[in-house]
Design a protein around this ligand. Structure first.
Ligand code: GLN
Length: 188
């Protein structure tokens, strides 16, 4: 199984290590054609204002839409979650694909980077690393909140689309790679 990592900018290396460790193949994605043959996709953390320029490019949007229509799972992490959300800082994000509103850099300077407890619905907890994280402020009816931290939703799922506002690649153990790329393969 080949998993793509959108490599316009941002944190690819840790994901690559963790995907390879699971016996999966990895491909860095820089343009629409690179999506061909991949069975899942990560939009990593980084700087969404930089990534946005590439993400909004028409060729990439078209290819991504076609790829998505095949029903593959994809996962936006921190800046990646910003790219995929339909409303960012009160404005419509024209390329957003998940019915979520969020605020960028919402936790203030004193919390630019932080380790916090994350509680999943099934009762498991993990420590998660937040780096200039966005805060989810609203979720549409089709969006499930899978985990919270201090009351805020921090893991969301809409069908096969996942968002996390923190960085699971920096501390493996939440089982999210399996949840996103194995469990969400079968259902709709
Ligand atoms: N603050 C960044 C943004 O909004 C996200 C930071 C991150 O991905 N760790 O683009």
């Amino acid at each position: 199984m080949i998993i793509g990592i959108v490599a316009f900018q941002g944190a690819c290396r840790e994901h690559e290590t963790l995907l390879l460790k699971r016996g999966w193949s990895v491909r860095r994605i820089l343009k629409g054609e690179d999506l061909e043959g991949t069975k899942g996709l990560i939009f990593p953390g980084g700087e969404s204002t930089v990534m946005k320029r590439f993400f909004e490019e028409e060729g990439f949007q078209k290819a991504f839409r076609r790829w998505r229509d095949k029903g593959h799972p994809f996962w936006g992490i921190c800046a990646g979650a910003v790219l995929l959300s339909q409303k960012v800082d009160g404005r419509i994000n024209p390329c957003g694909v998940i019915d979520v509103s969020l605020e960028r850099n919402a936790y203030g300077r004193h919390r630019e980077s932080d380790s916090r407890k994350i509680a999943f619905n099934d009762g498991t907890t993990v420590e998660g690393i937040f780096i200039r994280a966005p805060r989810i402020t609203e979720t549409g009816a089709s969006v499930h909140i899978e985990a919270r931290s201090e009351g805020d939703p921090v893991v969301l799922r809409d069908g096969k689309a996942w968002l996390t506002t923190w960085h699971p690649e920096l501390r493996d153990g939440a089982g999210l790679y399996e949840k996103v790329f194995l469990q969400s393969h079968g259902d709709s």
